[in-house]
Design a protein around this ligand. Structure first.
Ligand SMILES: Nc1ncnc2c1ncn2[C@@H]1O[C@H](COP(=O)(O)OP(=O)(O)OP(=O)(O)O)[C@@H](O)[C@H]1O
Ligand SMILES: [Mg+2]
Length: 288
């Protein structure tokens, strides 16, 4: 790694491994997240996303490899580093009798320059529930509180482990807005998600993990369409859906439409598309 690369990077991971007993949950991954980037970690249940994220947060110890977070080793668990990062854990949770406002005030006190608590309550859409004991909040509202807790310290690096799981569609949109605003402020964000549309919307780059390995890494749009092929689909006269792969859709369309016209038929539901992030994800993570 050159010096200039290291100063650009908020997170660097080289050959990271994590074993739980004899089980290898993370098997030598390399990831570099630039400052100001939104980076998405994707992968099926058990891929090793939370393990990786929690090692970066300093919540778990690694078995092997090197890790640098804002220039520090998170395993040292220095307070100064922890004050520069914000975290949404996959399984959050606060005492049932604490209200969102109290939780945020309490947590804000840990940071040197926190954001205004009322502003963060509004940002998370929790103004109306600010004084309710958390046991009276819905699952999605509790998750919004987790999100608010990650923002209240105004950290420069934010880890979001499935931040919008359980959100209703409107809450998800507003969380996306918040992530975009944080990005505009120059914050670095590492998020995991099972929603590929979320990754597509938010992430500058994503890594697809499976069985503790990174299988692909890159901007979501390029990853999806990185395969050079196009997909042409239509319904034939018998009503069957026909799908063809091609590198040259112009030529294929010309042939197909000419043949159809010659037969006096129409190509119903004709479409030309590029493989999406979801297509690639499903292909890479398929079993077998
Ligand atoms: N504390 C632990 N002890 C033993 N095994 C663990 C522990 N934590 C995780 N694992 C195992 O490590 C693997 C990776 O788990 P991890 O939680 O990192 O996956 P994930 O990608 O976050 O999955 P999900 O999408 O379900 O959140 C899983 O097989 C899991 O069972
Ligand atoms: Mg997880």
């Amino acid at each position: 790694m050159s010096d200039s690369t290291s100063t650009d990077a908020a997170i660097e991971v080289w050959g990271l491994c994590k074993r739980y007993g004899a089980f290898e949950a993370v098997r030598g991954i390399d990831i570099s997240v630039r400052r100001g980037e939104v980076f998405g970690l994707l992968g099926p249940n058990g891929a090793g996303k939370t393990t990786t994220v929690e090692i970066l947060e300093g919540y778990r110890q690694r078995s092997a490899g090197d890790v640098s977070v804002l220039g520090e080793d998170p395993a040292s668990r220095k307070r100064a580093l922890r004050q520069r990062i914000g975290i949404v854990l996959q399984s959050g949770g606060i005492y049932s009798y604490v209200t969102p406002r109290e939780a945020l005030r309490h947590w804000a006190a840990f940071y040197p320059a926190p954001r205004d608590v009322e502003e963060v309550l509004a940002l998370a859409g929790l103004q109306d529930k600010a004084a309710q004991p958390s046991r009276k909040l819905s699952g999605g509202q509790l998750r919004r509180l987790d999100f608010a807790l990650a923002l209240v310290g105004d950290p420069e690096l934010i880890f979001l482990d499935e931040p919008t799981t359980g959100f209703d569609p409107a809450a998800r949109r507003s969380a996306w807005e918040t992530v975009r605003r944080l990005r505009d402020l120059g914050k670095t964000i590492l998020l995991t998600t099972h929603y590929l549309d979320e990754a597509q919307e938010l992430a500058d780059r994503v890594a697809i993990m499976k069985d503790g390995r990174v299988l692909a890494i890159g901007p979501p749009r390029e990853l999806g369409s990185g395969a050079s092929s196009y997909r042409v689909a239509y319904r034939n006269h018998a009503g069957e859906l026909i799908e063809r792969q091609t590198d040259d859709p112009t030529r294929l369309l010309n042939e197909l439409t000419a043949e159809a016209l010659a037969r006096g038929e129409r190509l119903e539901e004709l479409s030309v598309g590029r493989p999406t992030l979801e297509d690639l994800y499903l292909e890479l993570t398929a079993d077998g």
